[in-house]
Design a binder for this molecule. Structure first.
Ligand code: FER
Length: 462
């Protein structure tokens, strides 16, 4: 028996050791209470001390995502030991949220001279949206005393914020294996479509990867579509058929599908430029504007034509049909293509559910054209999507490397999204913002295709 217990203890210690943290914890504001108090009365000197009762007769409370009223019927039960300069309090009462959930509070504390702190516990129904209140250690301090009442501020104790320690490493990939052609190969086609931009009508091209086994005539087998945008100065072929010193995404896709690691998908690689041979005189200036605007072309020109030409989940060609099929569509890109991915999320969340920014941060400018910091960028993108019906229905898979020129800027943006953009949930059980960094990863398609090798099986599960 003793042995079993010590094994259990060991197992518990090992499983909890990942939670160990030596940094001082932080306090997070939870809510403020304004509690109305009735006429106090004394019980007298008891075995415990000098007992006082202060009835709680009502009040209000408010904090992020929670507000309501204090119910009458509770009290603060105090032991006032003036000779020892010490009062022990225990307030027991209920609050009711504005959507009708009752929450029980037991708030124990001490007053010792000027030191007045309490530690409340909350009992909230587990089937309510306030269940999170149950699992916390809280601290509370009076914020003011009014005639006939007291106001209290409540914080939750949490781990110190340490973004660096949350970043997942990208494990080494056996690039030797995935750069050899697979036995079952997909094929690459060139797709021609008409695009409209700024009053101009253009014939444009995109490359289309069709997985092994794709049959045009088999209309019943439908495929999800991944759009992948190239980086600044690059072209529609950059991902799929890069110069031969890098391995090609085609081999990555063929291997993942052949080995049953992901389901077969269609990959479309367009360009934000006018076309492959026309990238504009000032490539970076053009690229910023073009990446920002590409979502219009994607939704109006590319999706309706390419997804109608192949067997996909798109039914009609109107924007309602594009939105209806958004669960079957992902958009990602490298560098300036990552920038276009962030802009796609900001301006076109209705058309796409899954976003894969690869080595690129978010560029937001003030009215003088000055690039804004990561916090401003994070707040901007959160504001862009917060009114969308899909504000709670999107996923981001972001990747970069420590030796990538975009590594630090992208890391800064992910940290800012975590801190300042509530619609992005990072490092939580219900996370929708996934982020990992490759040690020594650099700014080129070889490493980027390794990130896709790891990301795609999570997004397009077999
Ligand atoms: C970034 C760092 C570099 C980035 C883009 C680049 C969008 C480079 C672009 C190019 O050279 O074309 O964070 O984010």
């Amino acid at each position: 028996m003793k042995r079993i217990i010590s094994i259990l203890c060991l197992a518990l210690c090992v499983s909890l050791s990942g939670l160990a943290q030596t940094a001082d914890p932080e306090l997070e504001h939870v809510l403020d209470l304004k509690v109305k108090l009735g006429q106090a009365f004394g019980v007298g000197e008891t075995a415990q001390g000098n007992r006082f009762v202060i009835p709680i007769t009502g009040g209000t409370f408010e904090g992020p995502g929670i507000k309501g009223e204090v119910l009458p019927g509770g009290a603060d039960y105090q032991l006032q030991n003036m000779d020892k300069g010490r009062t022990d309090l225990e307030a027991i009462y209920c609050i009711r949220t504005d959507d009708g959930v009752n929450i029980h509070i037991r708030n124990k504390g001490i007053i010792a001279g000027n030191y007045f702190y309490c530690s409340p516990t909350f009992e909230a129904p587990l089937n309510s949206k306030y269940a999170w209140l149950n699992n916390g250690i809280y601290v509370c301090k009076p914020a003011g005393f009014m005639d006939g009442g007291i106001s209290l501020r409540v914080w939750k104790v949490r781990d110190a914020y340490n973004f660096e320690s949350t970043i997942k490493p990208i494990p080494p990939v056996n690039t030797g294996e995935i750069s050899k052609p697979a036995a079952k190969q997909g094929k690459i086609e060139t797709f021609t479509y008409t695009a409209h931009r700024g009053g101009k009508t253009m014939q444009k091209h995109a490359r289309v990867y069709l997985p092994y086994g794709y049959k045009a005539k088999d209309k019943k087998t439908k495929y999800d579509v991944l759009y992948l945008m190239h980086g600044g100065g690059d072209k529609t072929t950059s991902f799929l058929t890069p110069p031969n010193n890098w391995f090609a995404l085609k081999d990555v896709l063929d291997h993942l599908i052949e080995e049953g690691k992901m389901r077969p998908i269609i990959v479309v690689t367009p360009t934000f430029y006018d076309d492959d041979e026309n990238i504009g005189a000032n490539r970076m200036d053009d690229a910023t504007a073009m990446t920002r605007n590409f979502h219009t072309e994607l939704q109006n020109d590319l999706i309706p034509t390419v997804e109608k030409a192949y067997n996909t989940y798109l039914e009609g060609t109107d924007s309602v049909s594009v939105t209806k099929s958004r669960n079957h569509r992902a958009y990602g890109g490298f560098s300036m293509g990552a920038l276009s991915t962030w802009y796609q999320l900001a301006y076109g969340i209705n058309a796409v559910k899954t976003f894969i920014p690869l080595s690129g941060d978010i560029w937001v400018y003030d009215k003088d054209g000055k690039k804004q910091d990561a916090r401003t960028a994070a707040e901007w993108i959160n504001g862009m999507i917060e009114k969308s019906p899909f504000a709670h229905d999107f996923e981001v898979y972001g990747y970069t490397g420590t030796k990538d020129v975009a590594g630090n800027p992208m890391k800064g943006v992910i940290e800012a999204l975590d801190k300042y953009a509530p619609l992005f949930r990072y490092n939580t059980p219900d996370a929708n913002l996934h982020y990992a960094m490759r040690q020594n990863g650099e700014h080129f398609y070889g490493h980027i295709n390794e990130y896709l090798y790891l990301a795609l099986p999570q997004i397009f599960k077999p």
